[in-house]
Ligand binder design. Structure first.
Ligand code: SF4
Length: 708
């Protein structure tokens, strides 16, 4: 068994451990029984990874050589050309005319180098990531409540809780191994489960109560709960007095918004009985975990929804305790790793703040970075708007397909088509975004590259290579470091191995860390001969992992001691009022479309769409709608329908579903140009964003539906 390679699944934020073993036919994958995230389990996507690798071995699949304006080039030429064009753009238009748009598919070390190069050396703050579409609202919610972007709980909490609330989370399809763990715990312990979701999803199969709330009304529901808990004398006043600020104002807002069960039920479109049952279940189970995901985040009030959830946990002292916490589950395999190195336009590396002059100064000194500026860059939607207006003259897209995944994709396509310099690093040779690239750079794929990822419970795991890619494919960090050096940044990018980047990242995490920044993995800030063997042998671990804050090292949970990451160590409750979603129905657009994942597909299907057995689950995109709505639209099961929003149109086959509420339809998010450009739903989504997080409202789109 010494040829077995332990690595991590490249798909969702559960971050399952995988063992790749040699077999007679090549290689097989199995779940790693020693990985704490999955303990040997895999879902359908993880189990099919070798199939996807086999499909990716096709001659026409991979981007095999650098291409400059369509002409093949060797790496020295590609590096020189890319560096020259970037430097020329900076010389003529200034550093802020350059932007990077990166991805939760990047490894942490890749992400670290991208941020260091753009923010620290080029001097542009405009780097954002497709994680903006995933969990940016949670980052805001965590920072407002806890003082830092920290997930207090861990996966084990779902197994020891007495009550698990899934809100805006179809865990069964989007985080299947976590769902398997929850289902097993329910069978063993009788865990109560509540699903809060406008749709009746597969997660409802194990629910004791399903609350099909009106789309977007989450703040009203949790405000109602907070007000009711206060009225019933169910708050933890000792915890609030010692550890929380803002309680009185938050309670006053909650009471003003939803003073009683009747008002809450009316605002949320629920029955009074269901609301009462939910409130009583919450009150009666101290060990409560509230899991939230994209249904909460992808909203024009996503940040408020996150804080509404955290408010009730703070008010009852249920944070960071065994089986008791609010818990954000991220969509991507490395959304958390990106947050650790400042992958968002409103973050700096090591969870520092671009608006804090002390953090900017600290980071500039650590990097010896000549051009680091104070202030935030453009978030994803604004960033592509700046490309459209010509303010951004050069954009480098890495490992993501924004032409499909962003809102208002027609505008994104036009922006890229008119951008003077579009650089795309990718694994595939043909995706929707590559069509707009002047420079295409072949990146190494999963299974070929080395680095780390961080899952939803703050656990850092290694991705290890086990196969050779195309001869000219290179790791993203190497591509950026070579171009940085060619641009004249002759210090700061001299790493010989990815382990050295991780060690630098770890050293930064403990550099002048005053203890309020819990992201501290200084334990790994090691150099010298033993670095690489230690990195290669790294077992999964949770941060913090610090030489200076030993009591917290390896802690499964944070904040259980009531000490938070704010300057006064108190958590903050946030005063909130329900705000309706930005897209409203009208006579022209009378239905609300909700978008989401299929169980066996991933993002824009560039990988999972190549695997026959994964496509068998849902071979085509289906418009799920209630039979009454279908009748009103003169549509029957199997008909092709045209979906029209203010932004654009899409075509899909109708699937009648009594699980859909009347007035609401569901559409999958995955289809792209290669599979069916007519079914890409990015063209329907309006660029309405949460004003604080910049996260688009992808789950509430006003549409009309008609026969095609
Ligand atoms: Fe991969 Fe997520 Fe499935 Fe685990 S649950 S095998 S991380 S897709």
């Amino acid at each position: 068994m010494h040829n077995d390679i332990k690595t991590t699944c490249p798909y969702c934020g559960v971050g399952c451990g995988i063992i790749v073993s040699p077999s007679r036919d090549g290689q097989v994958v199995g779940g790693d029984p020693d990985h704490p995230a999955n303990r040997g389990r895999l879902c359908s996507k993880g189990a099919a990874l070798i199939d996807s690798i086999t499909a990716e071995s096709r001659d026409d699949f991979r981007l095999e050589t650098p291409l400059i304006d369509g002409t093949p080039a060797d790496w020295p030429t590609a590096i020189a050309q890319t560096a020259h064009r970037l430097a020329d753009t900076i010389a003529r238009h200034g550093p802020r005319s350059v932007a990077f748009y990166v991805s939760g598919q990047l490894l942490t070390e890749d992400y670290y180098v991208a941020n260091k190069l753009l923010k620290g050396f080029i001097g542009s703050p405009h780097i954002d990531t497709n994680s903006r579409l995933c969990m940016a609202s949670t980052v805001v919610g965590h920072k407002r409540a806890f003082g830092s972007d920290i997930v207090p709980g861990c996966y084990e909490d779902l197994e020891i809780a007495d009550l698990v609330i899934l809100t805006g989370s179809n865990l069964a399809w989007c985080h299947p191994v976590l769902f398997q763990r929850l289902r097993a715990a329910r069978q063993k312990n009788g865990t109560k489960i509540i699903v809060i979701d406008p749709r009746k999803t597969a997660s409802c199969d194990i629910a004791d109560l399903h609350l099909p709330l009106a789309p977007g009304s989450d703040v009203a529901l949790f405000n109602g709960l907070l007000a009711w808990l206060a009225d019933q004398a169910k708050l933890d006043h000792t915890f609030l007095t010692r550890h929380v600020s803002g309680t009185e104002d938050a309670l006053a807002s909650a009471h003003a918004d939803c003073p009683d069960i009747a008002t809450t039920a009316q605002k949320c479109g629920l029955s009074r009985g269901d609301v009462e049952q939910f409130f009583n279940l919450f009150a009666d189970h101290a060990r409560t975990v509230t899991v939230f995901s994209q249904g909460v985040n992808q909203s024009s009030s996503g940040s408020d929804k996150v804080n509404a959830i955290i408010n009730v946990h703070l008010a009852t002292g249920r944070v960071g305790l065994p089986g008791s916490s609010p818990f954000s589950v991220t969509g991507q395999p490395n959304a958390m790793g990106g947050r650790e190195v400042g992958g968002l336009a409103n973050q700096l590396a090591a969870h520092m703040d671009p608006n804090n002059p002390f953090d900017v100064d600290r980071l500039a000194r650590f990097w010896n970075a000549p051009n680091l500026q104070q202030g935030e860059g453009y978030k994803a939607v604004d960033l592509f708007d700046a490309v459209a207006t010509g303010e951004i003259k050069a954009i480098w897209v890495m490992a993501t397909n924004p032409v499909v995944s962003l809102p208002d994709t027609s505008k994104v396509r036009a922006a890229l088509a008119n951008c003077p310099l579009v650089i795309v690093s990718d694994v595939v040779n043909n995706n929707d975004t590559l069509k707009y690239a002047h420079i295409k750079l072949p990146a190494s794929a999963w299974g070929e590259k080395s680095g780390t990822v961080t899952n939803s419970e703050r656990r850092i795991s290694r991705q290890r290579p086990f196969r050779q890619g195309p001869a000219l494919a290179r790791p993203d960090w190497w591509i950026m470091a070579e171009i940085a050096k060619k641009m004249g940044f002759d210090h700061g990018f001299e790493w010989q191995d990815v382990a050295e980047i991780f060690a630098e990242h770890a050293a930064l995490s403990e550099f002048e860390n005053d203890g309020l920044r819990a992201f501290d993995i200084g334990e790994w800030a090691q150099t010298g001969k033993s670095l690489k063997p230690r990195y290669d042998a790294m077992a999964p671990f949770q941060w913090p992992a610090s030489r200076h804050y030993q009591p917290k090292t390896g802690a499964k949970r944070l904040f259980g001691d009531g000490l938070f990451a704010t300057s006064n160590r108190r958590a903050r409750m946030v005063s909130l009022r329900y705000i309706a979603p930005r897209s409203n129905t009208s006579p022209d657009y009378p239905l609300i479309a909700n978008s989401g994942r299929y169980r066996d597909q991933w993002h824009t299907m560039t990988r999972t769409g190549t695997v026959a057995r994964l496509c068998a689950h849902r071979p085509e995109p289906l418009l799920e709608m209630h039979p009454d709505d279908a009748r009103n639209c003169d549509l029957g099961d199997g008909d092709i329908a045209r979906i029209t929003s203010h932004q654009g149109t899409a075509l899909m086959r109708v699937s009648l579903s009594p699980s859909q509420a009347v007035g609401q339809i569901f559409v999958p998010m995955h289809w792209n140009d290669s599979f069916s450009s007519a079914s890409s739903i990015g063209q329907l989504v309006a660029p309405h964003v949460d004003p604080l997080s910049g996260q688009p409202e992808s789950k509430h789109i006003a549409v009309s539906v008609s026969r095609f």
